[in-house]
Design a protein around this ligand. Structure first.
Ligand code: 5GP
Length: 176
């Protein structure tokens, strides 16, 4: 079976995750800790690596949404599949996303999490399709900006394939 061509190697990714963790640790150093809210499923590997590199107190929560199904084109309609389970009231929250494309998912998630009345919300995405953002949503920490291509690996899938590839590669979806 042929492997997807590489866009970012495992070493590239981990070097950037080191930098993001240092930046977040620095920004929240005087705030007594954060709650990282990982967006399932795509962010689980990024969240695992990022959280272990932070030097500040942190708690982990997960949230799950669905929008793309098995397709590679956003429907724009986001559905909450699982909300956070622990309280985030009065806590500083950082949403950890794998990738932002149109921005609909992130904007929806901010709304859901705001309803839990945290002290603050910031956003962190490993990848951002800079030309594709349709919704005005702020991404505070971005790993890499990429073009309009479908990426897999390091937690990201295409119809559940290639999620555990150690690097980030590109595939040509059937529906484009
Ligand atoms: P948005 O709502 O910003 O259009 O889409 C964000 C979500 O779409 C991400 O959380 C991710 O699940 C999915 N997504 C967008 N682009 C890609 C991509 O290139 N590869 C993968 N695997 N997922 C993507």
């Amino acid at each position: 079976m042929s492997q997807p061509p590489e866009l970012f190697s495992e070493a590239d990714i981990l070097a950037r995750v080191d930098e993001l963790a240092a930046e977040i640790s620095e920004d929240y150093g005087d705030k007594g800790g954060i709650v990282l809210v990982g967006v399932l499923k795509g962010a689980f590997i990024f969240l695992a690596d990022l959280s272990r590199r932070l030097t500040i107190p942190r708690r982990i929560e997960f949230i799950a949404v669905s929008s793309y199904g098995d397709k590679s084109v956003s429907t724009g309609a986001v559905r909450l599949v699982m909300d956070v389970r622990g309280s985030i009231e009065d806590r500083h929250v950082v949403i950890v996303e794998d990738i932002v494309d149109t921005g609909h998912t992130l904007s929806y998630l901010i709304g859901v999490l705001e309803s839990h009345r945290p002290a603050s919300i910031r956003t962190c995405a490993l990848l951002c399709k800079a030309d594709a953002v349709e919704v005005d949503v702020e991404i505070d920490y971005v790993g890499f900006n990429i073009g309009d291509e479908w990426v897999v690996g390091y937690g990201l899938d295409y119809a559940e394939r290639d999620r555990t590839l150690p690097y980030i590669g590109t595939v040509e979806p059937d529906d484009r």
